[in-house]
Design a protein around this ligand. Structure first.
Ligand code: ZN
Ligand code: ZN
Length: 189
């Protein structure tokens, strides 16, 4: 897998990343909040920053995911990263997770971003920290076009995650009949 991203403050892997509003620098949430208690400026360029200027790069539940988010996913602290970069984030339950941008876009049902990421070389069968693929994530949302896109790029239809779920089982449990039919037509059992 591709390397992870590092926090300029603690020099460790970024955890729960937060981005500054204007200069768009990215730090661990914990690190930048602690920093701002002492100094109300960005550690990278001394731009004025207060806590309310910080925002998550993205979240699983953000339905307003739009094209500029791609830039956030691919560019961090002025450095361009390959789409297969692994991000530290959290599931809605609060459990730590690692996944790629394609997982996030598939989970959110954002076809446009999935297309851009795939065109930039995102690996369709990249695994998250639970061995879930983008197809697993797409099955939570039931977007047929994303399912078609992933399968057309060679996604494994019967991948099994650490909890022994396939995309078909997830789609069935969510009640996405057409999504299930599409998977079955591509060989899912
Ligand atoms: Zn840090
Ligand atoms: Zn900055």
């Amino acid at each position: 897998m591709e390397r992870s991203l590092f926090c300029p403050i603690c020099l460790n892997e970024l955890k729960d990343p937060l981005r500054t509003l204007k200069c768009k620098h990215v730090f661990c949430g914990y690190c930048i909040k602690k920093w701002l208690q002492v100094k109300a400026s960005c550690p990278m360029d001394r731009n004025a920053v207060v806590i309310k200027d910080l925002s998550p790069l993205f979240s699983y539940n953000d339905e307003r995911l739009t094209s500029p988010i791609i830039e956030n996913l691919l560019e961090c602290n002025g450095i361009y990263f390959h789409p297969n970069i692994i991000w530290n984030m959290r599931f809605p339950s609060g459990k730590p997770a690692k996944c790629t941008a394609l997982h996030v876009a598939a989970r959110q049902g954002n076809l446009e971003i999935c297309q851009v990421l795939v065109s930039k070389g995102a690996t369709v069968d990249a695994l998250d920290s639970e061995n879930g693929t983008a197809l697993h994530f797409a099955a939570f949302k039931g977007n047929l076009e994303i399912c078609q896109l992933l399968l057309s790029k060679g996604a494994t239809v019967d991948a099994i995650d650490l909890e022994n779920w396939t995309a078909l089982q997830i789609a069935a449990s969510e009640g996405y009949l057409e999504f299930c039919q599409l998977l079955v037509s591509k060989g899912a059992i």
